[in-house]
Design a protein around this ligand. Structure first.
Ligand code: BJW
Length: 239
């Protein structure tokens, strides 16, 4: 085994890692985009046109996540173990807006598409932890303005969060792992190209993603099986 123990690891996760926890993916046959149109719920234009419909879409998902029946699975737990036991830095960059990585114990974590259990106020720009429904009549708990609260999520056409920190981590990493993402949404789908040639690249997914051929190595199957297996191997043998 090469001594890579001081090298850093960046892990990109997508909806597939939370599927076995009971949360829907987007683009699978039973995914969210089979039930609602992106243009109706996941763009700033949709929110401007019909805020109640957009808030309703996120209220339903927030209620499910906060309701108590959803828990991290073996894949989230394996990534937390990797962060705890790997001697070098481990960063999880998640496209997911659920809180399952932090509940599993991941601490070095970036939510590049925002967080479902936070809202923000367009009037005072405060970001607020929130577990209840919001409507256009809900007053901001910080500035008391009504009509300005929105989910703290990144819609199409909006800039993903903490891109500078992500770029720096990608530039420095020795291993890049992509888990449970279809590779349809940029900039996340381009991360593998950013590190290719410098870092080892590993795709873990139910099936080959859009960018599957860009990865040096891959393993396919349900995340709760393939992610703990990959973590076990990295901790004992490196890559
Ligand atoms: C399992 C499994 C199991 C199932 N185990 N696996 C051309 C080039 C470059 C960019 C663009 C372009 N054209 C347009 C763009 C920009 C656009 C974009 O990418 N569009 C594409 C459609 C082409 N991107 C943006 O707008 C982004 N912003 C941006 O680029 O800013 C720059 C900029 C801004 C302004 C001006 C100029 C530049 C923002 C993207 C925001 C995405 N938002 C969403 C919704 C919000 C959050 C939410 O509601 O949850 O984020 S869309 C949705 O897709 C969500 C997800 O995070 C994201 C990715 O989905 P993910 O995670 O990959 O899920 P799926 O369902 O697609 O895949 C699941 C996978 O899991 C599948 O492969 C399954 O097989 C697998 N799986 N079960 C393991 N048990």
């Amino acid at each position: 085994m090469n001594d890579r123990t001081s090298e850093s690891i960046v892990i990109l996760t997508g909806a597939g890692i939370s599927k076995e926890s009971g949360l829907s993916t987007f683009r699978d046959a039973d995914g969210l985009w089979a039930r609602v149109r992106i243009e109706d719920v996941a763009t700033p234009e949709a929110f401007a046109r019909d805020p109640e419909a957009v808030l309703g879409f996120y209220n339903a998902r927030r209620a499910k996540l906060a309701g108590g029946g959803i828990a991290p699975n073996a894949a989230h737990e394996a990534l937390a173990r990797l962060e705890a036991d790997w001697p070098g830095p481990v960063l999880v960059v998640t496209q997911n807006i659920d809180d399952l990585h932090e509940r599993a114990g991941s601490r070095n974590l970036i939510h590049m598409h925002g967080e479902l259990l936070k809202i923000r106020c367009l009037a005072c720009h405060e970001i607020i932890a929130w577990r209840d429904d919001i409507t256009t009549a809900t007053a901001c708990p910080h500035c008391a303005e009504t009509g300005g609260l929105r989910p703290h999520v990144v819609w199409f056409g909006e800039m993903p969060l903490q891109m500078e920190a992500i770029a720096a981590a990608l530039d420095a990493c020795g291993l890049f792992i992509s888990i449970g993402t279809s590779g349809n949404v940029y900039p996340a789908a381009g991360f593998v190209q950013q590190v290719r040639g410098r870092a080892h690249t590993l795709e873990l997914n139910l099936e080959p993603s859009e960018g599957a051929t860009l990865f040096a190595e891959s393993d396919y199957g349900p995340a709760t099986g393939i992610v703990p297996r990959a973590v076990e191997r990295i901790l004992s043998e490196g890559w």
